[in-house]
Design a binder for this molecule. Structure first.
Ligand code: LLP
Length: 424
């Protein structure tokens, strides 16, 4: 049985002489002691490096961070400082990005069911692009223009009919999708024709996103090929090929780097005669491996001949991905990173249901005991951002570490926060 692969840990992770883990020059044990558990610890240098890699791979103004993966003001600011633009998929994400000081002109506004109010804010603040997803949205945009609002620059979201190899819930490029205008049945052409004729929108490009956590470069090349077939004759200035680059979550998984992804996409576009500016919207690939979540073990239940349950102080409220998508994770003790893991157990949380599982078939250090810290790596994407207050658990804090300093960027929710919206 092996120790946790160090390749799954954030860039600045170091195993200290006593076998314990430090990230960003901070002892993980000390950060957990200071901020309590569960806690999300992000390696700031890792985040910055991935943003820079995306900008280097696709060019300035061509790498758009998908904030749904992880958003707070510090993250929005960091991505923008490193040269990325931001994709926001709701009025709330737009609000947080603007509150971080990111200019509206750096935002792309997404969503399959944007409200009139959200569209109004997007237009009046002057977002860079609105990605139009449906004819109903186009009706709303035309009505807003009739009210006297300015003409927004828009992209048309196209569903290319490409089925990405990923979990059904995060595949979006296939014909049977709630997103976008269908290429195969002529809807995309009708949408583009209408937008080109419309005085209410300025169609500047096309957009597609085939799905999330996609590992096969060939899936992206296929989407580029299908989109190029439609885009080249239209000759619009922008072509956005979405996000979706997968990351390794568990031992043995391997994903292309952002740079390799860039090469595949840009080479494919060049050979297909695409003359538009090609942009992408990575979320997971920027933030997933930058963070670990640290928990405390509270209860160990051994059922002879059946299974061992190891329960920690978080669960499906800070990481719903295992339950939603059957996603796998590794776990290890930050006090002893190199410990071999031979205890087969189910790592569970503290929620009131049996489905509250963090790792279905975990291998943990044999000596794992109550009171130990346990960490799960690669939890920087779609963990905090999908966290909930189920069972009235308070959401964990987010701490950025770097240069030996641990900086809380989101505090732990308090019990009072649980009553914030409660009108009694
Ligand atoms: N652009 C668009 C239009 C998207 O819908 C998404 C993700 C992205 C970019 C970023 O995709 P990424 O690079 O992060 O794969 N909650 C799921 C993932 C849902 C992704 C939704 N859209 C999960 O935890 O796996």
């Amino acid at each position: 049985m092996t120790a946790v692969p160090l390749s799954l840990l954030p860039d600045t992770a170091k195993v200290l002489h006593d076998g314990s883990l430090s990230i960003g020059g901070c002892s993980v044990g000390d950060v957990a002691a200071e901020f309590g558990t569960p806690v999300f610890i992000y390696d700031e240098q890792h985040l910055r490096a991935r943003c820079r890699e995306a900008v280097a791979a696709f060019g300035p103004g061509r790498a758009v961070y998908a904030t749904k993966a992880f958003l707070c003001r510090a993250m929005a600011r960091l991505a923008y400082e490193e040269g990325m633009l931001l994709d926001v998929a709701s009025g709330g994400e737009m609000f947080v990005a603007l509150a971080a000081g990111v200019p509206a002109a750096a935002l792309t506004f997404h969503g399959n069911n944007k409200s009139v109010d959200e569209l109004r804010v997007a237009i009046t603040t002057g977002v860079r692009h609105i990605v139009v997803d449906s004819f109903d949205e186009l009706d709303r945009l035309e009505a807003l223009h009739a009210e006297g609002l300015p003409v927004p620059a828009v992209l048309a979201r196209i569903t290319p009919g490409v089925h990405a190899h990923t979990h059904e819930f995060v595949a979006t490029g296939q014909d049977d999708s709630k997103f976008g205008f269908n290429l195969g049945n002529g809807e995309a052409q009708r949408a583009v024709d209408r937008m080109r004729r419309s005085a209410s929108v300025d169609l500047v490009g096309l957009h597609c996103h085939i799905g999330s956590n996609v590992f096969a470069a060939s899936n992206f090349a296929k989407a580029a090929e299908v989109m190029a077939g439609f885009a080249v004759p239209l000759d619009l200035p922008e072509l956005v090929l979405g996000g979706g680059l997968g990351v390794a979550y568990v031992m043995g998984e391997e994903a292309p780097s952002i740079m390799q992804w860039g090469n595949v996409l840009l080479d494919a576009c060049a050979s297909l005669g695409v003359r538009s500016h090609v942009s992408v919207e990575p979320g997971r690939a920027i933030v997933a491996a930058a963070a670990i979540t640290v928990y405390t073990v509270g209860t160990i239940k051994r059922i002879p001949g059946v299974r061992t349950y190891v329960a920690v102080d978080g669960g499906m409220s800070d990481n719903p991905r295992p339950v939603l998508y059957g996603s796998g994770y590794e776990a290890f003790r930050p006090a002893d990173v190199r410990a071999t893991r031979s205890l087969q157990a189910r790592l569970v949380g503290k929620h009131c249901e049996s489905g509250d599982v963090l790792i279905f078939d975990a291998v943990l250090p044999e000596e794992t005991t109550v009171g130990d810290l346990l960490a799960t790596p690669v939890t920087g994407a779609y963990g905090y951002s999908m966290a909930s207050n189920y069972n009235m658990l308070t959401r964990p804090p987010v701490v950025f570490v770097g240069n030996g300093i641990a900086r809380p960027v989101v505090r732990r929710e308090s019990m009072e926060d649980l009553l914030r919206c409660d009108l009694d």
